[in-house]
Design a protein around this ligand. Structure first.
Ligand code: S3P
Length: 450
């Protein structure tokens, strides 16, 4: 019981001339998943423009259909979701295959915890390795039953129940865990209280409000955050405009920053303050990066990013910033490889349980490309010389889209080309990655380099 496997398709990136031009990146992955889930819970029709049509999000769309919502895209590219109402989902006929998507898996485990039936989940080889105990623990405490492989791993089944609200302190700052509990609490009588040690992305809170629900968020004195949600509220169908994904824009920003002479603009990028840590860090490293036309659209901060190539310097990145750039570390490691001096990045144990062990996978690949670094249990220290590393490596992507994209960005600026063993994985979050970079001047070839 696993996702279908694909044949590996290597892709090579070669040293490229200065990148120039103005582009948009695909829609935000986190907001896209939540649009489909919350739209399916609102009784009536929700429209979504700019939905990310990556494999991860399409898994959520298929799952919501299997749970009884009517979800489709029209000829103009707008997605329509005819939701069933809170507490009105129906038992899926088959197993929900979450593919590579940890977000789909974890949010939906929370969602079905309050449904009066059993939902079976599976995923790909990467997802089957990822810890699900962090979701199983709170939803079991609320009253659901989980039957899983050892340590709560996929494949697993969630038997839903009439749940009890909880008061839960998250052991790690995780938007997925927070959101899973909030989704479980939606059809649970009473008030559920969640405390996160540091603020993580707050799209679920913002979007629940956008659907008319009441959610209270309070900053506590020690830097933690309290979220209170009263269950059994109805959601009102709405219109959602999904901004460009800052985690996808990150690859283009770093590419332009490390390729001398580059000058690019990325339009309409989501700049939620709990997602913009990479941009702040790059500016501290000396990147020529400006945020223009900042505005609010559908409750989210949005702007345009203007980046030029130039020298970078190594810095110490505060560990407290990690939740606001957790998915951007692989490409920050690439930027650090071009900086002068040491870039110290710690407090990153969570990176070991992403789509791959991102500290180990990046360390192996960067060393193969001539980068000098030290791997710590919870981080990396990268020692840059201020010149382009040699490149020349072939990197194992370990079914991890962000590893593939990070090394292709590296290869655009190294002396020798860099090959990733499988380009297909990029479809999970960034369809058209290679073509978009080619439109700015990036040079790629299909297959390994000669
Ligand atoms: C996400 C939360 C983050 C992030 C993931 C998307 C979300 O995971 O890494 O890509 O949409 O809630 P954690 O909650 O595990 O930090």
């Amino acid at each position: 019981m696993t996702s279908e496997t694909s044949t590996y398709q290597p892709v090579t990136a070669c040293r490229s001339p200065a990148l120039t031009g103005t582009v948009n990146v695909p829609g935000d992955k986190s907001i896209s998943h939540r649009s489909l889930i919350l739209g399916s819970l609102a009784a009536g029709e929700t429209h979504v423009t700019g939905l990310l049509e990556g494999e991860d999000v399409l898994r959520t769309a298929a799952a919501m259909r299997a749970l009884g919502a009517d979800v489709f895209k029209d000829a103009a590219g707008v997605w329509h979701i005819f939701g069933r109402g809170v507490g009105a989902l129906s038992e899926p006929d088959g197993v929900l295959d979450m593919g590579n998507s940890g977000t789909a898996a974890r949010l939906l485990m929370g969602l079905v915890a309050s449904c009066p039936f059993t939902t079976f989940f599976c995923g790909d080889e990467s997802l089957h390795k990822r810890p699900m105990g962090r979701i199983a623990l709170p939803i079991t405490e609320m009253g659901a039953k989980i039957t899983s492989r050892s340590e709560g791993r996929f494949p697993l089944a969630v038997t839903g129940n009439q749940l009890m609200p909880i008061d839960y302190e998250l052991p790690v700052a995780s938007a997925q865990v927070k959101s899973a509990i909030m989704l479980a609490a939606l059809d649970t009588p009473g008030v559920t209280r969640i405390v996160e040690p540091r603020p993580s992305r707050d799209h679920t809170e913002n979007m629940l409000r956008h659907f008319g629900a009441e959610v209270t968020v309070t900053a506590l004195e020690n830097g933690s955050r309290e979220i209170m949600l009263c269950g059994q509220q109805e959601l009102t169908p709405t219109h959602i405009i999904v901004p460009g994904d800052p985690s996808s824009a990150a690859f283009l920003v770093v590419a332009a920053a490390i390729i001398p002479g580059s000058d690019i603009t990325i339009l309409n990028v989501g700049l939620n303050p709990l997602r913009d840590g990479l941009f702040e860090t790059l500016v501290e490293m000396g990147a020529d990066l400006d945020v223009l036309n900042v505005r609010t659209e559908a409750g989210e901060r949005v702007g345009d990013l203007h980046v030029k190539g130039g020298p970078l310097k190594g810095i110490e990145v505060p560990a407290s910033r990690a939740p606001s750039m957790i998915d951007e570390y692989p490409v920050l490691f690439v930027a650090a490889a071009f900086a002068t001096g040491k870039t110290v990045m710690k407090g990153l144990r969570e990176l070991r349980v992403k789509e791959s062990d991102r500290l180990a996978t990046m360390a192996v690949g960067l060393k193969a490309c001539g980068v000098s670094l030290e791997e710590l249990e919870d981080g990396l220290i990268i020692d840059g010389t201020g010149t382009a590393p040699s490149g020349g490596g072939t990197v194992s992507t370990e079914l991890d889209h962000r590893i593939a994209m990070s090394f292709l960005i590296l290869g655009l600026a190294t002396e020798q080309p860099v090959t990733v063993d499988d380009g297909q994985v990029m479809e999970t979050s960034f369809p058209g990655f290679v073509q978009l970079l080619e439109s700015l001047g990036g040079q790629f070839s299909q297959g390994p380099h000669a």
